[in-house]
Design a protein around this ligand. Sequence first.
Ligand code: AMP
Ligand code: MG
Length: 425
Amino acid sequence: MRAEVIAIGSELTSGQKLDTNSQWLSQRLGELGVDVRFHTTLADDLGQNVDVLRIARSRAQLVIVSGGLGPTQDDLTREALATMADVPLIEDEASLSALTAFFERRNRVMPPRNRVQALLPEGATPLPNRSGTAPGIWLESVGTVFAALPGVPGEMKTMFDEQLVPRLQGTERLGPVRVHRVINLFGRGESDFEAEALDLTARGREPEVGITASDATISFRITAEAADSQAALDATEPTARLIYERFGEWIVGEGDVDVVEALIQELEMHQATLAVAESCTGGMVAQRLTDHPGVSRVFLGGVVCYANQAKIDLLGLPPAVLAEHGAVSSEVAEAIAAGARDRFGATLGLGITGVAGPDGGTPEKPVGLVYLGLATRHGVEHRRLLLGADQSRPVIRSRAAKHAMNWARVVLNSEVRGHGPAVSR
Ligand code: AMP
Ligand code: MG
């Protein structure tokens, strides 16, 4: 079933408010097997609303409208639907008593203006509103189902789940259930992965595989359809296995599991603890870890050692090492990593120092040069990253933090497979 989602409100087209209803509705409709092909956002204008509803009727079998059901002058959805369907608006008794009761429960007299909310296009069915005043509207016109929902996101969601879904299921209009399975990878660029996945991302492949990038995490999204969600999930399995076989070493996790969540999982699995020494990232690693409640089991703390003296005083960096190699150097990264591990008594110590820009780059140490240090009970190692002299400061810092966490994750993970450094303290 092909659907269109329409968001009505001048506050949306003017950019004052973001249309989040269409995003939510489209996700839910997709899960129900409805193919959303169009999103239209329009201002509070009767003539244009009618035009848009007519266009939607010509190209969709299901049209979900949100907004414009309030009691005020600019709420025109009822009228627009009636005009589109060429029927009069008539007062619905059940909706009027529900409205009256709503105000009585709140010990208020119903303002006369609210009475218009009981008006429905002739032939329409009201959708009761448990959490607000405006009933929704179910209206069929020339083979297309229109469902108008309130604009207030909370009311819209309740009405969708409680009123609309059962009705849609009752009409047997729904197609197969569609699931998206997202596999996240980190450590290489989108085009590198894509070049090795052309057979998977080819158009028309079943199940379909898409590739997206967000903050240097690359995600394969497998979309499969089946009669129920378990069968659809099963249908993703052979493709997921191919991705795991081919890209296993880069895979961080699935769904919401990105680098930081995966690192926390690895630390917990190994009962290992982490401490950080952050120069150019200024606490980003600590911040991202502590975004997760309960992380104190595995994350002990960190030092934002931005100035040289802080590296010396708080982490025991020998001044001679600093003088010889400079703050952005493998030696300093290793020394602060070891210092963090030591001072916090952690299993792992992670150090980050680099040139985040936009100034401060030299030919030998360009903007984007970052050294990571990782201290374990076996000693301390470093890594050198070149994150790009043309990248912005926020991007360089964010990538440095993510690469550092990923390195710690990989080292912990290699432990499971029986090689790599042991991590127990
Ligand atoms: P309305 O039903 O048009 O009176 O809308 C009521 C309120 O819901 C508006 O003031 C907006 O704040 C909010 N709203 C309406 N449409 C949307 C939308 N598409 N996305 C998010 N919020 C919305
Ligand atoms: Mg409005």
